[in-house]
Design a binder for this molecule. Structure first.
Ligand code: HEC
Ligand code: HEC
Ligand code: HEC
Ligand code: HEC
Ligand code: HEC
Ligand code: HEC
Ligand code: HEC
Ligand code: HEC
Ligand code: HEC
Ligand code: HEC
Ligand code: HEC
Ligand code: HEC
Length: 455
């Protein structure tokens, strides 16, 4: 500022001598200077006139070289036109806007004056930036509020900045400056998505994009492009895909992008979440029907251990799987199975496999007649072994040990008619004559125990 004032004094002197200069023979110069009603009137026609211009110190910037032809040259080297008087501190700044480095101050400023004290060459900030930069919104579908309003200066410094891209703030601080509701959201929830802690522009374009919410990619692809490659594999390569993951909002059908109170950033507890779609049968494109699983939320029913915990992930890979029903491990889909332990990998991920490997099993299972393991008897057969589904339901059932009321057998809902006793139980299924078992006083199956004739 002191530098201005001393120079201004010098200019005033210079300006006086300019107006006293000899009149060029071919051009009439008004006695009051270069700006009259007829000459260069526009030079001072600004709301705010630049200091030296206001005092007619035209020669601070223009020096007469040929009075005859009224030719002027810049008084100083172009690089000093403005910096001769104005100190624009660029040293120490992490980022200097290139036109400052090249001293193109007049790329943005009108040297004579302007509509306000910044003497900008354009009426609007984005008009100014657009004189050198391509329109940052292009013909994109969603445009960010402040960008649409042309408020480039809310996020960018025009001269220099501490931060890359001339930003006024770094990382998420920039965004939270306006999106204060997000700050609260992030502070109040139990789980915050890690990229949200860092930089919002990991997912959002600050200016505009062709996706909702200025997302950098369609919601379906956003999460799996740079991150979550493992999920991507399940989603794109699995034989059995889940349209909840691949369609519409993709990942954000079930997950919150920023944070929430549930682990794994779930939007809701799995049971409620899944039942938004699975509380009624779904006809798939391939013509199959996915049965409703509303039993999962039925308060009257006993829930299977993992379901009780509210987890579907113990058995399903909801992102996609090579196994039918989006299961994580094998589980036979039919009533009869020739025995192979692998087929039951799902159940024996959590339960003791000896259940079906040991013929005689005191204490191993409640499903025994004396010492005879009736699980082994039914399941472990080369031909026509009964799979678990013949007797058990997987999600929830009226019976505590998840015995079914009935099981689909072709077109027939085959009844099980199971009734427990304190030391065993009995069933009158569609498979064989009624049979009982007793752990303490074994039933003598005479003749030789038979699992009966199949219907
Ligand atoms: C602070 C430096 C500065 C001062 C003071 C200044 N000019 Fe300029 N003038 C310039 C620059 C730089 C240009 C080139 C225009 C551009 O790059 O935008 C220019 C351009 C011009 C032009 C040609 C283009 C146009 O805008 O019409 C005229 C005429 C002109 N000045 C007249 C004057 C007169 C008359 C005065 C004094 C009343 C004056 N200038 C004072 C810097 C100055
Ligand atoms: C000969 C000295 C001199 C030169 C050269 C000069 N200015 Fe100035 N400038 C001044 C003075 C004096 C003021 C008025 C300061 C005040 O009123 O406080 C001023 C004010 C300004 C202002 C108003 C903002 C403020 O700080 O008050 C801007 C913007 C500005 N000048 C830009 C430029 C640009 C761009 C150039 C180059 C084209 C330039 N100046 C060249 C002396 C100069
Ligand atoms: C890319 C455009 C751009 C360039 C190039 C530019 N400025 Fe600025 N300048 C601005 C804008 C925009 C403002 C208003 C800043 C604000 O409102 O915060 C400004 C403000 C100013 C001001 C007044 C406020 C202040 O910071 O003191 C001066 C003086 C100034 N610039 C001088 C210069 C000089 C000298 C140069 C060249 C070395 C230059 N500018 C180059 C855009 C630019
Ligand atoms: C809401 C804040 C915000 C607003 C408003 C904004 N920008 Fe940006 N701009 C950014 C961010 C953040 C980046 C860095 C983007 C990145 O690195 O992905 C950026 C980058 C840029 C870049 C550099 C692009 C590159 O690839 O190097 C330019 C040029 C730019 N902005 C111009 C503008 C213009 C012009 C406007 C006004 C029409 C504007 N910006 C408005 C936040 C904003
Ligand atoms: C006089 C021309 C000119 C004007 C006007 C201009 N810029 Fe620039 N800007 C450049 C040049 C040249 C570069 C360096 C090349 C590039 O990155 O495109 C640049 C680079 C940038 C960058 C990238 C900086 C970095 O970190 O790499 C941003 C952001 C930017 N400008 C924003 C703006 C904004 C916002 C405006 C309006 C206030 C603006 N520019 C006006 C010429 C200009
Ligand atoms: C200068 C203030 C400001 C800054 C800084 C800012 N925003 Fe915005 N943002 C807004 C306004 C205003 C809207 C429009 C709100 C509306 O339409 O309801 C908006 C809208 C949005 C939307 C769309 C919301 C909707 O419901 O349509 C997203 C997403 C967004 N901003 C993200 C960001 C990100 C990411 C950043 C940081 C790079 C950021 N904002 C920085 C002011 C800002
Ligand atoms: C991991 C990617 C990701 C990050 C990082 C991210 N967002 Fe988002 N954001 C999204 C997605 C996806 C949506 C769309 C949500 C939907 O459709 O349900 C969204 C929506 C929004 C919305 C509009 C809807 C709402 O929830 O209010 C705003 C505003 C927003 N984001 C701001 C921000 C801000 C600010 C940050 C940084 C603090 C940020 N986002 C970081 C992915 C992200
Ligand atoms: C937005 C609706 C929607 C939500 C939410 C949803 N699903 Fe689905 N799900 C479907 C549709 C539609 C199908 C039919 C097959 C297909 O198109 O992918 C399906 C099929 C399934 C299948 C059977 C796949 C097969 O191969 O037969 C399972 C298992 C499944 N979903 C589990 C879940 C679980 C677990 C959740 C909760 C974490 C869930 N779904 C949430 C829509 C949804
Ligand atoms: C139908 C609902 C649903 C959709 C859609 C969905 N997820 Fe998930 N996601 C879940 C469930 C349920 C879990 C928890 C699984 C568990 O408990 O093991 C989960 C867990 C995750 C985990 C944590 C995995 C771990 O082992 O900790 C990540 C990462 C994940 N999902 C990413 C994604 C991505 C990326 C997408 C989009 C491609 C997506 N999810 C779509 C339901 C969904
Ligand atoms: C203990 C393992 C297990 C758990 C835990 C589990 N499921 Fe299942 N689910 C299965 C099996 C096995 C099937 C295949 C159907 C069958 O064999 O009866 C299945 C089938 C499904 C189907 C397709 C129904 C059909 O008939 O096509 C849906 C939908 C489903 N489960 C949703 C869920 C939801 C939602 C959860 C979590 C609340 C969940 N499952 C938890 C094992 C499980
Ligand atoms: C993710 C682990 C897990 C998987 C996989 C699993 N279960 Fe379970 N299961 C449990 C838990 C935990 C309990 C509850 C045990 C308890 O309450 O003592 C349970 C209980 C049971 C019960 C009732 C036992 C009782 O004493 O209440 C039966 C029957 C059962 N599971 C059958 C199956 C079948 C059939 C499969 C294969 C489709 C299977 N389970 C897969 C974890 C699992
Ligand atoms: C023929 C019908 C039948 C088949 C097939 C069957 N179970 Fe069972 N299961 C039962 C009965 C009945 C009980 C209840 C025993 C009791 O408590 O009296 C039972 C109990 C269980 C229990 C609770 C703990 C125990 O052993 O008492 C588990 C776990 C279990 N079964 C898992 C399985 C698995 C895994 C399969 C498939 C590999 C399977 N069951 C196949 C009838 C069957």
């Amino acid at each position: 500022m002191t530098r201005y004032l001393s120079i201004l004094a010098a200019i005033t002197v210079a300006a006086t001598s300019l107006s006293a200069a000899p009149v060029p023979p071919t051009i009439e110069v008004a006695s009051q200077g270069c700006v009259t009603a007829d000459c260069h009137a526009n030079i001072k026609r600004h709301n705010v006139v630049h200091g030296p211009v206001n005092v007619d110190a035209c020669d601070a910037c223009h020096t007469l070289t040929d009075a005859k032809t009224h030719t002027y040259r810049p008084t100083r080297d172009a690089s000093e036109t403005c910096t001769f008087c104005h100190v624009v501190e660029t040293e120490g700044a992490a980022v200097v806007h290139e036109p400052l480095t090249t001293r193109q101050c007049t790329g943005c400023h009108d040297p004579h004056g302007g509509f306000d004290r910044n003497f900008l060459k354009a009426e609007s900030m984005n008009g100014l930036c657009a004189s050198c930069h391509q329109d940052v919104t292009g013909d994109k579908q969603t445009v960010h509020g402040p960008v649409a309003a042309g408020a480039c200066g809310m996020c960018h410094q025009p001269h220099t900045s501490q931060y890359p891209k001339l930003l006024v703030e770094q990382g998420r601080t920039l965004c939270i400056g306006c999106h204060s509701e997000m700050q609260q959201q992030i502070e109040q929830v139990g789980f915050v998505h890690q990229p949200v802690q860092e930089d919002c522009t990991a997912c959002h374009n600050a200016h505009a994009s062709d996706h909702p919410m200025m997302l950098k990619q369609a919601p379906g692809q956003l999460c799996t492009t740079a991150c979550h490659e493992d999920v991507k594999k399940a989603v794109t390569q699995a034989t059995h895909q889940h349209s909840a993951v691949t369609q519409d909002n993709g990942c954000v059908n079930c997950h919150t992008p920023h944070g929430g109170d549930l682990a794994k950033l779930m939007k809701d507890k799995p049971i409620q979440l899944c039942l938004r779609c699975h509380n009624q049968p779904i006809n798939t494109d391939s013509g199959e029907i996915v049965q409703a699983v509303s039993e999962l939320a039925d308060p009257e029913l006993n829930k299977h251990g993992p379901v009780k915990e509210g987890s579907c992930g113990g058995c399903h890979n909801v992102h996609g799987s090579d196994i039918a029903n989006l299961l994580i491990l094998e589980y036979p889909g039919t009533f009869y199975q020739s025995f192979d332990l692998k087929k039951y990998s799902l159940c024996f991920e959590c339960h003791d496999k000896q259940l079906v490997l040991t013929p005689s099993a005191q204490g191993l299972t409640g499903f025994r007649n004396g010492d005879q393991n009736l699980h082994y008897l039914h399941v472990n057969k080369d031909k026509r072994g009964r799979s678990c589904r013949a007797c058990h339901s997987v999600h929830a059932s009226a019976h505590p040990v998840h015995l079914r009321e009935s099981v689909p057998y072709g077109q027939w809902e085959l009844p099980i008619k199971y009734s427990p006793t304190p030391t065993g139980g009995g069933c009158a299924p569609g498979c064989h004559l009624p049979k009982d078992y007793d752990r303490e006083r074994p039933v003598d199956y005479n003749p030789k125990p038979s699992e009966g004739t199949s219907p």
